[in-house]
Design a binder for this molecule. Sequence first.
Ligand SMILES: Nc1ncnc2c1ncn2[C@@H]1O[C@H](COP(=O)(O)OP(=O)(O)OP(=O)(O)O)[C@@H](O)[C@H]1O
Ligand SMILES: [Mg+2]
Length: 438
Amino acid sequence: MATVLVVDDTPDVASLMARFLERAGHDVAIAGDGLHGLRMARANPPDVILLDIMMPRMDGLEVLRHLKEDPELHLIPVILVTAKSDQQDVVAGLNAGAHDYVAKPFTREILVARVASAARVKQANDRLVEANRRLQEEIAERERVQRELAEARRLESIGHLAAGIAHELNTPAQYVGDNIRFLKDALSDVEGLLNRLQFLVQAAKQDGRSEGFVAKVEQAMRDADIAFLAAEVSKAIDQSLEGVEQVANIVRTMKEFAQPGGRPKQAVDLNRMILGTLTMVRNEWKYVAELATDFADDLPPVACLPADLSQAVLNLVVNAAEAIAKAVGDGARGKGTLTVRTRRDGDWVEVRVEDTGVGIPESIRDHIFDPFFTTKEVGQGLGQGLSHARSIVVERHGGSLAFETEVGRGTAFIIRLPIADSTKSAPVDDRELAAAHG
Ligand SMILES: Nc1ncnc2c1ncn2[C@@H]1O[C@H](COP(=O)(O)OP(=O)(O)OP(=O)(O)O)[C@@H](O)[C@H]1O
Ligand SMILES: [Mg+2]
């Protein structure tokens, strides 16, 4: 039935108990003193321990203390075996975590019944521990699947945005190329000029006279249009550097964006990250909106998961662009405005993504954060953008995501993040409650 360890320094008592218990169907081992008992329990954890209190070397209460401190053994029920006079020790023992006690002299029935009761408790405990272990495994598995899903979503976003990103990379690449070709032509003009100058200087030396020389040099410089070259070369270099910077920015954001999840938070320059995200998805908004940015210059680095946060901002920007597109139609009414602001507010930073789009009708305001809620036509959108953004901001960063909106005028989504790493939930933002006073 159960394995029982009897720890008692009186051999007669120990073997009597063993006999009773074996007859009741248990497996019994005997330890002749406390130290021994502890060693045997560690080597081979039993289901129940019968522990004598009065023993040399290490008494029962001390053994009990060691057992309860040991994470491998602390769940084993311990029954103290005491003499009638040990009342105080019994109380101390029960307070220290003993399961029960048996007073000497004991009857067979009492001993067997108490051990059976302790064994039942142990069994129930074992089942709980096992159930808990399985639960932990399931949770770990679910977390793994969630991480994979988040990563799949991120890659899907990149796939979806690929054409736009390619375009954004191609434009600077093209003018960097044009400029470098121009620089090559310009250089060959300069070379021609230098050759001519050298020839003229040589000729002037041989003549020994310099009349007409200055005029000819001047003519040569006019021919080469040195002033124009100098201005254009410098412009071409500046433009090329700008283009290269833009390419680097997009590539860096893509790299951050595609980074696998499950990494620790990093201190991030939010303004730079947002600018990178806006550049990466420029193709999504540039046809319908002018961009205005209002970035606080006193933003401290914010502890965050850059790939996730960038995804959240991206979802808001894409929604804003879609709302503006609905408002400006084919563009006959001009472009709308996409405004992105950052601001420090005490221990928090605030990111606002504002649009001059159609606004959110009162009737759907309670639903927009629901997974799969969308007003797009079937096949156009999954309705995942906002629910995903909210779980990133609230669950992974301990922040809040709220909005203000007015039908026909536009919408602002507001991300608030704690500056220091904190995944505990943010206090409820009353803006979220009073979210809309459209
Ligand atoms: N800035 C906004 N202006 C107006 N309406 C918005 C705005 N952002 C979201 N909405 C509304 O909320 C709904 C849900 O947005 P969400 O981003 O979750 O899904 P979606 O944009 O419809 O689809 P998906 O993002 O998966 O492509 C949208 O369909 C739209 O009706
Ligand atoms: Mg969306």
